[in-house]
Design a protein around this ligand. Sequence first.
Ligand SMILES: Nc1ncnc2c1ncn2[C@@H]1O[C@H](COP(=O)(O)OP(=O)(O)O)[C@@H](O)[C@H]1O
Ligand SMILES: [Mg+2]
Length: 248
Amino acid sequence: MAVCINNLNVWLGSAQILKDINLQFKKQRITAIVGPSGCGKTTLLRSINRTAELEEGFRCSGKILLNGKNIYQSRDVSGIRRKMGLVLQTPVALPLSIKENVIFGARYCRGKNKQELDEINERCLKQAGLWEEVKNKLNKPAAELSGGQKQRLSIARVLAVEPEVLLLDEPCSSLDPASTKVIEELLIQLSRQLTVVLVTHNLFQAQRVAHDTIFMMEGTVVERGPTGVMFSNPQKQETRAFFSGLIW
Ligand SMILES: Nc1ncnc2c1ncn2[C@@H]1O[C@H](COP(=O)(O)OP(=O)(O)O)[C@@H](O)[C@H]1O
Ligand SMILES: [Mg+2]
């Protein structure tokens, strides 16, 4: 099991945001997390990549294991953040060239020379399905790319530091249907090598790409299972209500 979460509780100040979360994310699978706004999806992803602790008043109990090791006992916090790559809702294009955007993180870990960085750039742009579109303008500002291209650029930047787990927080919410389709196909491809966790508010997207689906509400996991089973035969009343659009 790539990621194993045992009895995770998270507080921000006096508010308990995540309550007794027990989950596993498997390698070579896409797991979708769905649930009403404010139920704790982003906090869960940020707890998994150890950026939630940057919030004032963050406190947690329980365990998050990556390949059997508790990530909260690791002293190498930036190493954990690299292994648990997080792609945000709004595509991030740094005010740099396309290539500099891709190698931004890779440049600072394990001193790489120019040729290695060029190879990383090409490999990750290919993996992110963006190479053909940008190979002739690698030194142009990334700001010139479309929203969908910027989101694939963000994915390339995360891939460049060789994550084991790819966490995505509503990555298509600002994209048009065509760009969304490109990203979905990309995630299916990437899941052959990585563990993919996809927070989405789009239930159709979960059904299209996710092997497993988790439904959260008010900081707890209500139900989880293989996506087909979850959508065709949810066991809990709340899951049924959410999937039929009665709560959001
Ligand atoms: N920095 C913070 N301090 C206190 N509460 C927060 C903070 N950030 C988020 N929250 C609260 O945590 C809950 C979960 O938020 P979030 O993880 O963003 O949910 P989701 O991504 O599912 O919409 C919400 O009630 C939100 O108001
Ligand atoms: Mg969120």
